[in-house]
Every structure is written in C-alpha cells, then in structure tokens.
Design a protein around this ligand. Structure first.
Ligand code: GDP
Ligand code: IMO
Ligand code: MG
Length: 426
C-alpha cells in the first residue's frame, strides 16, 4: 500500500484565519479537496490568476481543473447558493465549475431552516445573540441530529423525499407559526427539490469509493475546514458556536477519512485575532489598536459584511487548538498587518476572579477572564515583499518564534499578503 498523503486545513482561532488562501495554495497538486463540515456560512477568500473570490460552499480547490472537489457527508448544502457561486465564477473568471461533487449523505438546507435561523436569533436578547450568519446552519444540523433532515440522497429519490417531507413540513410549519412566520407548502418544497435534482443530480454521488481509493493509493487529499475551533460545537464557546466540528477529528468524520490516514494537520492562525458574532473573546480590543487592526486587515465578514471584532493573538487559545487538532504545522497569516505597530501584545494567560489560568477555561469563565500579556517590539517596516525567512526583519522573527514556542508547534508557513505568492515556507 502507498503511504498516506492526507492534509487537513483547520482554523486555529474564531474563523477567517485565511484557510481559503492556504487551501488554494496547497491545492495546486491535490487530487481531492473535501469540505467536511459547515455550509455557506463559510466565507473563504481566494486570490489567484482569475481574480478575487469569496467562496461559501464551494471548496477552495475549484480553481485547479485537475482537482476533484467534494462537498462532504458532514456538510449542509444550500443548492441555490452553490449555483449562484458557480455562476459568479463563470461570469467573472469565465470558468465552468464542473469539478464539484456532493456526497449523497450531506444534508440539505431548506427554506424553513433559513427562516428559523433568523427567527431564533430575533428571539434572543442582545447579550445572548450568537450572531449567526442566518444561513440556516443551526436549524439544518438540528434536524440532522433529530433524524428528520433531508439529505442529498432524498433529493435523488422522489418517493422517499415526499414521504420524509410530508412528515416534516407540518412540524416545521408549527415552528414557523410560533415565530409568526409564513408557513411553507409541501408542493413548493417538492418543486424546489425537483429543480435541484435537475441542476445537481449528476453531481450527487456516493463519494466514499473515490475517497477510499485516493486514500489507499496515497494520492494527495486536502480536507478544508470552515470556521475555527473556538466556535466548535463541543470544544468552542458554546452556545455561541456553530453546529458542527471544524476540527481535524471533525474532518475525519465529515469527509470519510480514517484518523490514521491523516499525515499533516495545517492550523491556520492570524498573527493577531478576530471574531465575528457573539460570545466571549478575551483579547478583544476596544481602542485605537483594535480599529487599526480592522482598518489595515480589512476585517469585515466575507459572508455577512459585518465588522469583525479585533484583538491581540491569544496564545493560550491557540495552544489549545494545536493540542485538540494535533496540528503539525501552523500557517501564520496576515503578519504584514502588524508592520506599523510599535508594540505587539500576546496573551499568555488569564486572571479570572483573582485566580491565574494558564489554560483555556470553559465559556462561562471566559466571560470574566482578563488577559495577561507579553509585549513585543514591532518591526516597523514593510514585510509584504519578503519571500524567505531570512528576508524577514529580526523583530518579526522574534515575534514568530515566540508564538511558535507558546503554541508548541512549528510555524511552517508565514503569509505576508493575500496573494498566492506572498507566502514564506520555513
Ligand atoms: P477564511 O474564512 O479562513 O478563508 O478567511 P477569510 O477569507 O474570511 O479572511 C481572510 C482575509 O485575509 C481575506 O480577505 C484574505 O484575502 C486576507 N488574507 C489572507 N492572508 C493574508 C495575509 O497574509 N495578509 C493580508 N494582508 N491579508 C491576507
Ligand atoms: P469561515 O469558514 C467567522 C460564526 C457566526 C456566529 C457563529 C454561528 O469563513 O471562517 P452559524 O451561522 O455557523 O450558525 O453561526 O459562528 N461564524 C463564522 N465566523 N467565519 C466563519 O466562517 C463563520 N461561520 C460562522 O458569526 O457567531
Ligand atoms: Mg471567512
């Protein structure tokens, strides 16, 4: 048997770390790219020879025609949004995206999921708001767990679909009525499913035989995560989490990969941090430094356009992410955003109710945590043209090596700009 060659790319922080650009970079020689969880709540920016794209449900390997892209069993799919993304790429880049397949086990985001996502958020108090992307992610995964979800396989089987929808529509209508929303009609849902069957039927398949062959033949496979571990439904800031597991373990499950086949886990981390949506975020800055990070880093959501909350690098949370994901290599992005900061802080612990914590506590305590910082000198020069480790300013190297030591994980990639070639490999 050939040796395995499966790389997972996961978010180390609260999402938007730059996973899309790292997957796009690593996908150049990949046989398969598999999105393993989440849905079109993702906003993955890819800048390449075709232009700049914000991908939501399409995997970030779609620009390489040699790569097969799979929307895996663990995802939730909005077909209309997928079609829209494909059309946008065709319009702006002239590329026909035909190299995408959807596993028949993936769950389908129905119109009632989106309506309920918005309504549930509307009922929450300001403090309790999760700040979801309102894409129907939570309600769709809830139905999956309750075993009343609609899967891509059901779209392909009209008889089963009608049976399942007949059972679920009255239930969903009760929920919609509870929130004072318009109810849905069974025949409209069936008509939508028929449209999706016509548009995507040839691309809805059992992906596992293809994945298994590729794994066992040692072909290069990339597993693309959405969001970051801090919003993992088990290990993140529950209930301000997403409804799936954006971790390496989630990648095995959501893609159909045995854990021992994973050879490399690339954790993507910004050189500072951002979070979009509600919940605790210990290193958040409310001052001029926070605004400066947002301005220089263009920190606005790709999916919702919301300004991202900005803060210093939280090395305690990142170290936790490295352990939880078994990260072998860190890709540190957006180093260039720090080029004009005289002093740069890194969180190395917290004070909570007068007690020192060197580890990441559960959500309840995070709300009361005060970060303890180490302060580093900024390098105060432009790094965007650096292409090798040696070209980086000494103070930038000191900062990077400090993060490496705090995370106990090798920093293999340093990104100094959003373009494909603005990457240093160490
Ligand atoms: P993702 O969701 O993890 O794929 O990340 P997003 O695409 O939501 O956010 C990352 C943003 O940072 C995008 O606008 C990227 O183009 C940009 N970006 C990625 N790497 C770098 C970098 O090294 N420097 C700068 N200045 N921007 C970067
Ligand atoms: P990428 O893949 C940043 C956040 C939302 C909200 C919480 C739950 O681009 O990193 P959901 O719609 O998933 O039920 O929202 O998670 N969130 C993201 N934040 N980047 C994302 O994706 C996100 N996807 C969801 O803001 O707080
Ligand atoms: Mg994003």
């Amino acid at each position: 048997m050939a040796s395995y060659n499966v790389n997972a790319v996961v978010g180390v922080q609260w999402g938007d770390e730059g996973k899309g650009r790292i997957v796009d970079y690593l996908a150049s020689d990949a046989e398969l790219v598999i999105r393993f969880q989440g849905g079109d709540n993702a906003g993955h920016t890819v800048i390449n020879e075709y232009g700049k794209f914000g991908l939501h449900i399409l995997p970030s390997g779609v620009f390489n025609p040699e790569t097969m892209n799979i929307v895996g069993a663990g995802t939730v799919v909005n077909f209309d949004r997928m079609k829209e993304e494909m059309n946008n790429i065709k319009k702006s880049a002239g590329l026909d995206i035909d190299n995408v397949f959807i596993d028949e086990r993936a769950h389908i985001i129905m119109p009632y999921h989106m309506a309920l996502d918005g309504a549930e958020e509307g009922k929450r108090s300001e403090k309790d708001k999760i700040g979801t992307t309102k894409r129907g992610i939570g309600p769709c995964y809830s139905d999956k767990a309750a075993r009343i979800g609609i899967r891509a396989a059901d779209i392909m089987d009209p008889e089963t679909l009608e049976k399942r929808l007949s059972a679920v529509v009255p239930k969903k209508n009760r929920e919609l009525e509870y929130y004072g929303l318009e109810t849905v009609k069974l025949e409209d849902m069936l008509a939508l499913a028929e449209k999706w069957r016509n548009e995507f039927g040839d691309h809805i398949i059992d992906t596992l035989p293809i994945i298994r062959d590729a794994v066992e033949e040692g072909k290069k496979i990339l597993l693309e995560g959405q969001l970051g571990i801090m919003r993992d439904n088990d290990w993140g800031i529950y209930p301000y989490s997403t409804s799936s597991n954006p971790t390496a373990a989630g990648a095995c499950n959501g893609a159909g990969i045995p854990p021992r086949a994973i050879t490399k886990v690339v954790g993507v981390a910004k050189a500072y941090s951002t979070s979009v949506g509600g919940g605790p975020y210990m290193t958040e800055l409310f001052d001029a430094d926070g605004e400066k990070l947002r301005d220089i880093g263009h920190e606005y959501g790709v999916t919702t356009g919301r300004p991202r909350r900005c803060g210093w690098f939280d090395a305690v949370a990142a170290d936790y992410a490295c352990y939880m994901n078994g990260i072998t290599d860190i890709a540190l992005t957006k180093l260039d955003v720090l080029d004009t900061f005289e002093k740069i802080k890194v969180c190395t612990g917290y004070m909570i109710d007068g007690e020192y914590y060197s580890n990441l506590p559960e959500t309840r305590l995070q709300d009361r945590a005060k970060p303890i910082y180490e302060v580093y000198d900024g390098w105060m020069c432009d790094t965007t043209g650096c292409r090798t480790w040696d070209e980086l300013p000494e103070k930038a190297k000191t900062y990077i090596l400090a993060l490496e030591s705090l995370m106990h994980t090798h920093i293999t990639y340093v990104s100094v700009g959003p373009e494909r070639n603005q990457l240093i490999i160490r």
